[in-house]
Design a protein around this ligand. Sequence first.
Ligand code: PHE
Length: 462
Amino acid sequence: MKAHDGFTGKIGYVLAAAGSAVGLGNIWRFPYLTAKYGGAVFLLVYFILVLTFGYSLLIAENCIGRITRKGPIGAYRQLCEGQRSFLKSVRFGGWINAIVPLIIVPYYCVIGGWIAKYIAALAFAPAESFTSAKASASYFTSFITATGSPLFYFFLFVAVLIGVIAFGVQRGVERFNKILMPALAVLIVAICVYSLFLPGIGQGLAYYLKPDFSKFSAMTVVAAVGQLFYSLSIAMGIMITYGSYMRDDENLVSCVNQVEVFDTLISFFAGLMIIPAVVVFGGEKAAEAAGPSLLFVTMPQVFSGFPCGRLVGIAFFVLVLFAAATSAISLMETNVQTISQELKTSRKKAIAFVVADTLIIGTITVLGYSVFADFHPLAFIEKFAKYDILDSLDFISNSVLMPIGAIFTVILVVAIIGLPKFSEYIRSSGKWGREYLFQLCMTVFVIPCLLVILLYAVGVIK
Ligand code: PHE
């Protein structure tokens, strides 16, 4: 997708935005966070927040893009022009939004590499590698704590992305997307149905669907907010950019609704596919101990019980790889555009910069499980002292920078554009059911909640 040519109609927008939104966030990140933070309680908090917070920010960002027809930095700059000193500094928010994807891309590609590895693993590893939870976990651990193999798969994933971006074949990829994304959705639902027949599934389903409020903590909310930013691709400039491509006569409200619903449904089913199975295999303790490895430890084990499990497993990871690649491309493309526009360099130089960022930070992240295993970037905060490099990058971008970016967006809408004018603009594009909710979120809830979350996340409030 090029900066100027816009989308051809609603379906073009919805597919592109959903292609960007649906990715590892839904299939890798959502299930492990849900398992870790108490199952159904997390699910409930997440749903409530998506329908209120997430929705408000999603529609706000798209609308900012549509009004200004610019990416995040340009949009902020244009809207803040002519403001007095304090409000003028809101411009800075554009940069925060633009920097986040530079942090996310490298570790996103590391996980992309893990997915690629698992395609090979399901094809070639000995059968007993995944038949028990213990074997599956130790297979994963020995993979990431090596140096050569995870680096190789990381480079492979990045190389493919560079190829797509450098040769500008996104259009082709997007066409694939239209077939493979629904295929992924169908396969996930089919795996869910299969796992409903696992013996002892009742307890697992209860963990996922029946809230146990004793498991609620402030971290549930912090994690859910971080996840909704990540999954809906908000607070990182992407939706501003996508909104800027949307045609004027398009119904903004219903476009945004569709992206929200589709993304959330995929997350819900990804959770249903994986969390009850974890509980069946290892009990609730295993679910609560879950981390970034969950997808890679549990899914191969699920597949090893399948008839033709290996083949289904390979198909699954291929589809996930595709979803990850389309999201990563949209992330990288945003970085390339921001850098070439703001630093006024050629596209080639901007690509070189983004690739260097990805390779350097990504390599350090991969080595965070081996050479730098004793390095904990957040050691100065007690709660996060044990976080490895990947967890730390994830935390800094999702739970710290994104809330800050979102606070700026709210200030932009409320104090600079003005809520009545902004609402009027959205209303003019189509029937708007959640207008009141939107205004309530923007004026009363979002900023105070995000501030509390931020202070809690960085350990100021305990
Ligand atoms: N939302 C994507 C996911 O869930 C991640 C992403 C964020 C992709 C921002 C593009 C832009 O995986």
